[in-house]
Design a protein around this ligand. Structure first.
Ligand SMILES: NC(=O)C1=CN([C@@H]2O[C@H](COP(=O)(O)OP(=O)(O)OC[C@H]3O[C@@H](n4cnc5c(N)ncnc54)[C@H](O)[C@@H]3O)[C@@H](O)[C@H]2O)[C@@H](O)CC1
Ligand SMILES: Nc1ncnc2c1ncn2[C@@H]1O[C@H](COP(=O)(O)OP(=O)(O)O)[C@@H](O)[C@H]1O
Ligand SMILES: [K+]
Length: 499
């Protein structure tokens, strides 16, 4: 799914009006109907709603929702700024329609800050949507700040008010903290960054009938099921283990063999034809007992002192390696001699951070998977996640490599400057070991001849989806990285069935 800017969303609205034979008022009605149906299916009928409406079309949506909810038997109060009222023709039309509907209470927004919340009222935020700029002030700000103190359920229409679709909010500005955001047609960029996404609550994408023929270039994408379905390759019936490549997982040191075991198990479960662990000899028994399907190559006593060449193998390096000077020298030597793309994580990245000149030796097309701290060690501190992404884009292009920026919505950044936001995964994965699993998954996909972009995209999605299934079964608190590995098979089953 493409992620369009606020300006492009406006173009999409206009394109739909011009090409689908509907008016913008009908589009607003369609948006309001989608929201009303969602509210009814979620909260049931005959509920009490208080709808805060702003001056533009987001406010117009709110008014149309008020009318539709009232017709369906809900108790509805509308709060709007009576002094300036509505600025767009569609919002004004809906304001006139509201006057015809019996028993909708209308109160001036400036009185809202006096309101004491009633426990059973659901608050709908239709103050500002994709047309919002800068920061909230005056009565709007007071209303948002007051509403944020309520424990009631709060549902934002399209975008939480005060949040811009594309960028960070102005520092210190008021933003509505929603429990749910009903957004139209597609995700917005700000929903996917930690500083801004925190305001959205649970995001629900509603189809309001924007034209599917609309197509403008974009550099930002969300990785969703359809997207993955197009990139996943089913295994051929006439295949043999040679068809699925060889993975070499270079990982582990004395006391950190768990990381190596997790990466190797994940590679095995992701379908690698042959999987070899290159680890120090002290980890031999651990690896051979935990992963009997993998082969073992000794590469040092207690820490790694050499890295096998891995010719014709997909090579993933990093989990649990430690940063011993001999391990660092082994990695430097390996990089000088390796031509084919590789996957680097964890201590391999920490070694690169200590010797940044080595970054230039990383083969083109490689994938590096830093978590926020590893990224900072490599490239310095960024002011915020938007600035960090900009820096990653520039580095991916300069170094001709792929970045997997691990986060709640992990971002895959390509050398061409495209950014793909992952939409699977949960806070139960914020535990030691999850990243090791991801390295194993991506390496196994590279072994199976997925190109680096597809391996990274499919890898992060699969990893997050398996994490979501593990959380469902065990809870976010109790789930372990091993539970996530155990769910990889279920994700493949659903992929094979096309779901
Ligand atoms: N254009 C269309 O055809 C459709 C629009 N839709 C809705 O319309 C929204 C976009 O509508 P608009 O473009 O009218 O914009 P909004 O309703 O999001 O807000 C813009 C209005 O708020 C004012 N404003 C912007 N920033 C402000 C600030 N910091 N302080 C005070 N006032 C501020 C602007 O002057 C303008 O009047 C979408 O988010 C969606 O909810 C939907 O009804 C679907 C169809
Ligand atoms: N809150 C979260 N929501 C979604 N995914 C998360 C969350 N926290 C962590 N993850 C995922 O878990 C993994 C953690 O990786 P990393 O920090 O390298 O762990 P480790 O090095 O301990 O194995 C990443 O893929 C990250 O995207
Ligand atoms: K809103």
């Amino acid at each position: 799914m493409k992620i369009y800017s606020a300006g492009q969303i406006r173009n999409w609205d206009s394109f739909t009006v011009q090409n689908e034979g509907i008016t913008s008022l009908q589009l607003m009605e369609s948006a309001a109907q989608a929201c009303t149906s969602w509210l009814e299916s979620r909260f049931g009928i005959h509920k009490k709603y208080c709808i805060l409406c702003g001056p533009g079309n987001n406010g117009g949506d709110g008014l149309a929702i008020a009318r539709l909810l009232r017709f369906r038997g809900a108790e509805v109060t509308v709060c709007a700024e009576m002094r300036t009222l509505f600025k767009t023709p569609d919002a004004l039309t809906n304001w006139k329609e509201i006057q015809q509907v019996p028993s909708i209470d209308c109160i001036d927004l400036k009185e809202f800050s006096e309101i004491v919340p009633a426990g059973d009222v659901i608050y709908i935020d239709a103050l500002f949507g994709s047309g919002f700029k800068d920061q909230i002030s005056g009565v709007y700000k007071e209303a948002v700040l007051h509403l944020n103190t309520f424990d009631n359920i709060k549902v934002s229409i399209d975008i939480p008010s005060g949040l811009s679709a594309d960028s960070l909010a102005v520092e210190g500005s008021a933003i509505l903290r929603a429990d749910h955001t009903l957004t139209f047609q597609s995700l917005k960029k700000s929903f996917l960054h930690p500083e801004t996404g925190i305001f959205c609550g649970k995001i629900h994408i509603l189809d309001i009938g924007l034209s599917m023929a609309f197509d403008e270039p974009a550099n930002d994408f969300a990785i969703d099921k359809t997207f993955i379905g197009q990139r996943y390759n089913k295994r051929n019936d006439f295949s043999h283990k040679g068809s699925f490549g060889k993975s070499l997982i270079v990982a582990g040191s004395y006391g950190k063999m768990g990381a190596a075991v997790l990466a190797v198990r994940a590679a095995l479960k992701t379908g690698s034809g042959i999987t070899v662990a290159a680890s120090p000899t002290s980890g031999y028994n651990i690896m051979q007992t935990s992963c009997p399907e993998a082969m073992f190559e000794s590469a040092g006593e207690n820490h790694l002192t050499s890295i096998p060449g891995g010719e014709e193998m997909a090579v993933g390096i990093g989990p649990g390696l430690g940063t011993h000077s001999e391990t660092a020298a082994a990695l430097a030597n390996f990089l000088q001699n390796r031509r084919e793309a590789i996957v680097l994580d964890a201590d391999a990245l920490n070694i690169l951070a200590a010797s940044p000149e080595l970054l230039r030796a990383v083969p083109p097309g490689s994938i590096i998977t830093p978590h926020p701290k590893e990224f900072e060690r490599l490239f310095g501190k960024s002011a915020d996640s938007f600035a960090k992404l900009k820096l990653a884009r520039q580095q991916a292009s300069d170094l001709n490599i792929y970045f997997v920026l691990k986060d709640h919505n992990t971002q895959v950044v390509t050398p061409e400057g495209n950014v793909y936001y992952n939409t699977t995964g949960n806070a139960g994965m914020a535990k030691g070991g999850s990243g090791d699993v991801l390295l194993g998954i991506i390496t196994a996909l590279v072994a199976q001849k997925y190109g680096p972009e597809d391996a990274a995209l499919l890898g992060v999605w699969l990893h997050g989806r398996a994490g979501d299934l593990a959380a469902k079964k065990h809870s976010q608190e109790a789930m372990l990285a091993t539970d996530l590995i155990d769910e990889i098979g279920t994700v493949f089953l659903s992929l094979a069935e096309g779901v």
